[in-house]
Design a binder for this molecule. Structure first.
Ligand SMILES: *[C@@H]1O[C@H](CO)[C@@H](O)[C@H](O)[C@H]1NC(C)=O
Ligand SMILES: *[C@@H]1O[C@H](CO)[C@@H](O)[C@H](O)[C@H]1NC(C)=O
Ligand SMILES: *[C@@H]1O[C@H](CO)[C@@H](O)[C@H](O)[C@H]1NC(C)=O
Length: 361
């Protein structure tokens, strides 16, 4: 009887893997409300404000010091608002501090519910913040929900006409104004479109030319039947400590059905990119991490590859990036990434209250 019971427990826990610091029920409920309708200043300003107010309220409820960065857009009547939460380390405002950041944009394109792009990453960030805020650290950790990552062209009432208006303002204006002396930066983990997972063959496309600088990734995906079953972690050689932290903590979680492809752009050894490098690596710099790269700061980019995978090939930036597409498999995949995010921050900014395996898990 005892043997039978423990066997049953094994079966049950084997079927649905759970992550110690991640509440997947909360992830799913929060994704549904308030991150499953357009968050756009023209098509749904009320829902966008609702999502932003929710983020502010959550950060505050975790005990985090929370700020707004309000910035001008192309429209006199529309302001952008980045929401920033800080867990101040013991070294805050000293030259020993090394800031670790986690970031995701909360805005959407006009006519997309934006569940994968980028509600999923926002709820992952909030869940990670909720856990990480409980522990003291020497280094400061900062969480940012960016506005106006999305941009548009040739439409009425455009507020932002190039990639990442919000994170550019954050990097160039908020950071230098918040700190009297710019602190050392360990680096940011930027997430955009991270929830789609596809177990069927031929669900993954790859950007042209990826084989030139990441041949291992191309052969790995091709030899696996071109399945869209991995999170891509993209960084430059310059961002290696941050990239390593994510790879280590994701790999330590097991559950290998959710794979990882590390894209280490080895030729990018310096803090910024030349114009020519920008052109060559264009497909890998389509989100907020580029605001850090172009300002000489370390950052990695986590993504499910968006329009290169599964239903997002059709639904990226369109009506069908909906909550109804969000499967239990996707929830588990999002849970793993969230747990690895927590683990990464614990590696980069170790808690002064945790030790041993908790550093990774
Ligand atoms: C931030 O903005 C929100 C929404 O615009 C507002 O409700 C809130 O009071 C602001 N908070 C701060 C700290 O300025
Ligand atoms: C990325 O590549 C560079 C150059 O080969 C190497 O020094 C670095 O350790 C690599 N980083 C990661 C995280 O793989
Ligand atoms: C935090 O800093 C103190 C010195 O101020 C040091 O003794 C301790 O090892 C540090 N803890 C961690 C987890 O880095």
């Amino acid at each position: 009887m005892i043997a039978f019971t423990s066997c049953l427990v094994l079966l049950v826990t084997g079927a649905v893997f759970s992550y110690p610091d991640v509440d997947t029920t909360w992830l799913k409920a929060t994704l549904k409300n308030p991150f499953s309708e357009p968050r756009h200043h023209v098509t749904n300003p009320a829902y966008k404000a609702k999502a932003r107010d929710f983020i502010i309220k959550e950060f505050r409820s975790y005990g985090l010091e929370t700020h707004n960065q309000t910035f001008d857009t192309n429209l006199a009547t529309v302001k952008g608002v980045n929401v920033i939460a800080i867990s101040k380390g013991k070294y805050f405002n000293t030259n020993k501090d090394q800031i670790v950041g986690v970031a995701a944009h909360y805005d959407t394109m006009r006519n997309t519910p934006g569940v994968d792009d980028n509600g999923a990453a926002v709820v992952a960030m909030l869940q990670a913040a909720k856990h990480l805020a409980k522990f003291g650290r020497n280094f400061t950790v900062i969480f940012v929900a960016f506005d106006f990552e999305e941009w548009e062209e040739n439409l009425p009432e455009e507020a932002c006409t190039y990639l990442s208006c919000g994170s550019r303002k954050f990097v160039s204006e908020w950071m230098p104004s918040f700190w009297t002396t710019m602190p050392n930066l360990k680096g940011f983990i930027v997430m955009d479109t991270i929830a789609d997972i596809q177990e069927m063959p031929d669900t993954q496309q790859l950007p042209q030319g990826l084989g030139l600088f990441a041949p291992g990734v191309v052969s790995s995906v091709n030899s696996d039947g071109k399945k869209g079953d991995f999170i891509a972690a993209i960084g430059r050689a310059y961002d290696s400590d941050v990239l390593d932290a994510f790879v280590t903590s994701y790999t330590a979680l097991g559950q290998p059905e959710f794979e990882l492809e590390k894209i280490n752009i080895t030729v990018l050894t310096g803090p910024t990119l030349t114009q020519q490098q920008f052109m060559i690596f264009n497909d890998l710099i389509r989100s907020d991490h580029y605001s850090f790269w172009s300002n000489g700061m370390r950052a990695i980019f986590l993504t499910d590859t968006a329009n290169f995978r599964g239903y997002m090939q059709a639904c990226y930036h369109h009506y069908c990036d909906t909550f109804s597409r969000f499967t239990d498999k996707m929830l588990q995949f999002l849970g793993k990434t969230t747990q690895a995010l927590i683990g990464s921050v614990n590696i980069l900014a170790p808690s002064t209250e945790l030790s041993g395996s908790a550093l990774v898990g």
